[in-house]
Design a protein around this ligand. Structure first.
Ligand code: ATP
Length: 460
């Protein structure tokens, strides 16, 4: 028999669903949101909720903190079919249009009964996060559409030994993705990491190409270069944007011929390797500034993948944070701390300039019981944060005005997804008066129709 937990504001909707559930022989219990947010054991019932997205997010965070996957249990009621497109990224099982009458309510339950066995009513222990990062790009850590796109591209390249550029801010996971690409490539050779930023010009040739004994004072033994070590494997050129120009010319030559000559040697060697290069800075601007050779860029740019900043993939933040908490608790042999909704709000609002690396360190500090936000306050003070928020509000309000209040146009002008704009509007307390954005989203996609057409099984 199906188990339903109702967390509904609307008395009318509640009575309709209860009546329909009784008719369809489903178990129902009614719980208010505060109770759900305090409860440590929510069982495996489907949770039907009609609260606003902010409240649903709180519930999602709570479920995730308990190790329960909301994509298997949470079903939200929406007023209009196109509301499914707003915040479509929130990880829930489905969005259903409010059934307007008892017959439609029965249909909702019937649909759920046929859909839910497919989603398996898993218990909390079944949906625990993986124990180790066996695969950092595994589905539980990739909830945001921005990162999903990146992972799709990475997967396409995984089996192909093509040269690749990974772009992204500090700490977004470029090294992690490079290693992932290597591991998935099936290449037999090693993953050889060269930190270009830490490689002085004088040592560049000996490090990269190798050296023979006696080539210079101090070169007592033959030493293989990184290029040789990467034979049949991957040469990972980390932070290639900071490589001196003189080294770039030598590197280009070595990449063209996939080989080099050790310092002091006469005979060149060849080496068959894949190159992955990472950069924090966009190459076009480096080339314009004369800091990067265009020919080397063209040589490397067979495929280019952008890894989004953490602030552009907030949906990944919670699963990653929970994962890091678990890892840190295991490593330090300390209990895993429990987060309350205000902690999550704060985590989601933080700018995360250090991206995933900063998030990981934050989780470690949390497990160790250290001051979480003190360092940030000391370094930048509340004033800067407030001013940045005011600045963000000013830009959004200004753009909304320019776009006559149309949220869809505003999101396009600001180059952020519509759901991200809605998140910001709510966070900044800017009233949403427009229905044009929603309406225009809906146009050309779904009409009003029967409410049951809109059982949107997100992620299934
Ligand atoms: N998807 C992920 N899953 C688990 N851990 C991750 C993930 N992405 C990044 N990390 C962790 O975050 C930290 C920073 O990642 P990484 O070194 O790959 O970033 P980066 O972009 O190469 O940084 P930098 O620009 O400083 O070289 C590492 O500790 C890494 O293990």
């Amino acid at each position: 028999m199906m188990n339903l937990t109702l967390c509904l504001h609307s008395e009318e909707l509640k009575s309709r669903i209860v009546a329909a559930a009784v008719m369809m022989q489903a178990n129902v219990r009614e719980l208010d949101l505060d109770y759900l947010l305090k409860s440590r054991n929510l069982g495996c019932a489907q949770i039907l909720i009609d609260h606003d997205v902010q409240q649903i997010r709180r519930l999602i965070m709570h479920l995730q903190a308990l190790g329960v996957d909301p994509r298997r249990q949470v079903i939200r009621f929406i007023d209009k079919p196109w509301h499914a497109y707003v915040y479509h990224d929130i990880p829930i099982f489905a969005s259903i249009v409010n059934p307007p009458d008892p017959i439609a309510a029965v249909e909702v339950i019937r649909k759920l009964q046929s859909a839910v066995p497919f989603a398996k009513q898993l218990t909390a222990s079944d949906t625990d996060m993986p124990q180790s990062v066996s695969d950092p790009l595994d589905e539980p850590f990739v909830q945001s559409s921005a990162m999903r796109r990146t992972v799709e591209q990475l997967k396409k390249l995984a089996g192909l030994s093509v040269d690749t550029i990974l772009m992204g801010e500090t700490g977004v996971g470029k090294d992690t993705c490079a290693l992932w690409l290597h591991e998935k490539s099936g290449l037999k050779g090693a993953f050889v990491h060269v930190n270009c930023a830490a490689l002085p010009e004088q040592l560049f040739e000996s490090e990269l190409f190798g050296v023979t004994a006696g080539a210079f004072t101090g070169a007592q033994k033959d030493r293989a270069g990184k290029l040789e070590l990467a034979h049949q494997g991957t040469l990972y050129l980390d932070e290639i944007d900071s490589m001196p120009l003189a080294c770039q010319a030598k590197l280009l030559n070595a990449l063209q011929y996939r080989g080099a000559t050790r310092l002091g040697a006469v005979k060149p060697y060849t080496s068959d390797f894949r190159v992955i290069a990472s950069t924090k800075v966009d190459f076009e601007s480096l080339i314009r500034q004369g800091r990067f050779r265009e020919d080397l860029y063209f040589r490397l740019n067979i495929s280019k993948i952008h890894i989004p900043a953490l602030r552009e993939r907030l949906d990944d933040l919670i699963p990653l944070y929970l994962h890091f908490l678990k890892l840190a608790a295991e490593a330090f042999k300390l209990p895993e701390p429990c987060l309350v909704p205000t902690d999550w709000d704060r985590l989601l609002a933080h700018p995360w300039r250090g991206n995933v690396r900063e998030l990981k360190a934050h989780a470690q500090r949390f497990v160790l019981g250290l001051d979480l936000w003190g360092a940030e306050k000391d370094s930048e003070g509340e004033g800067l944060k407030d001013r940045l928020t005011q600045f963000e509000r000013m830009i959004i309000e200004q753009t909304l005005r320019q776009c006559d209040g149309c949220t869809k146009k505003t999101s396009a002008v600001l180059k952020i997804p519509l759901h991200s704009l809605y998140y910001r509007l709510r966070r900044l307390g800017i009233p949403i008066e427009d229905s044009q954005g929603l309406a225009s989203e809906a146009s050309g996609s779904q009409g009003e129709g029967n409410s049951l057409t809109y059982l949107d099984t997100q992620g299934y």
